[in-house]
Design a protein around this ligand. Sequence first.
Ligand code: DAH
Length: 340
Amino acid sequence: MSFSERIDRLSREIQEAQPQNAAEAEGFRLSWLGRKGAFAEVFEQFKTVSPEEKRAFGQVINELKRAAEERIASFKITFTPESRTNAPRVDLTRPVALGFGGSRHPVSLTMERITGIFRSMGFGISEGPEIEDDWHNFSALNFPEEHPARDMQDTFFVATDPMLALRTHTSSVQVRAMESQTLPIRTISPGRVFRNEAISSRSHCIFHQVEGLYIDKDVSFADLKQTLLTFARELFGANTEIRLRPSYFPFTEPSAEMDVWWGLETEADHRITKGTGWLEILGCGMLDPQVLLNCGIDPEVYSGFAFGIGIERIAMNLFGVTDLRWFFESDVRFVGQFGV
Ligand code: DAH
């Protein structure tokens, strides 16, 4: 091989070298610049070149050697431990790993379970706006003018004249259902409600309720009780016991609050049930005749019951969440634990 052929070949090899790892890069370095490498041979042969050619060849060889050194340096950058050698190679074109999808929120899961139970009993679903007027949130539901729930303490007002507020309960959707649907009515209304309350581990200014409404001829308190017992047993288990305690709501008469028997075995049971073993989950009652009248329904012909279920309390206990604020912090490490 002539001297110039040898140089051409080496030049091509230096340009085209594509080492795949640090070891191959080191192999190129040794084969070009090592003691017995290509350049050692080239310099050896250079001695035999005629004096006239020495000048031109000398320059070519020096340039080629600089090119080889540059290539080696660039391999070093590619393959040094700090950059790529040991670091996992990241292939940005790979499809995302399965199982890295989003997950359903425990409050949504709880609402879906509850609405599913009532749907299976023949209830439809109604929705209403989160910003409500005085009529639907208060007046039609028999809240007297001076009722403390209308106080600035509890309600987030949006406008004063006429009044608009963030709804304080989903009972507002009852009124809308009575005004717009044909009788008999059997509907539930899941949704978000707002109250101007201090935020703590057990209460928040935003929470969720599922409202229920059933109006027909001859609806009795026994129907209410059996419906709620069926619901509780579907949600908490077939042996669940309930109790109804007399209570007061302006829009129902009589009114009650319903507890489910939670148990009193562990320290957590004591904390959750405040030492009673009973967990309060909803308010309910027979619709006050005045409310039916307010919504254009004849209370001489029709009667009905209503209930309002608090979702967060149930979700906390179904999923063992001890601080209600977690529900509203959108931390995927929290939300990802409960289901897909
Ligand atoms: N609206 C009540 C509340 O937010 C809950 C409630 C009680 C709803 C009795 C009802 C009911 O429909 O009949 O505290």
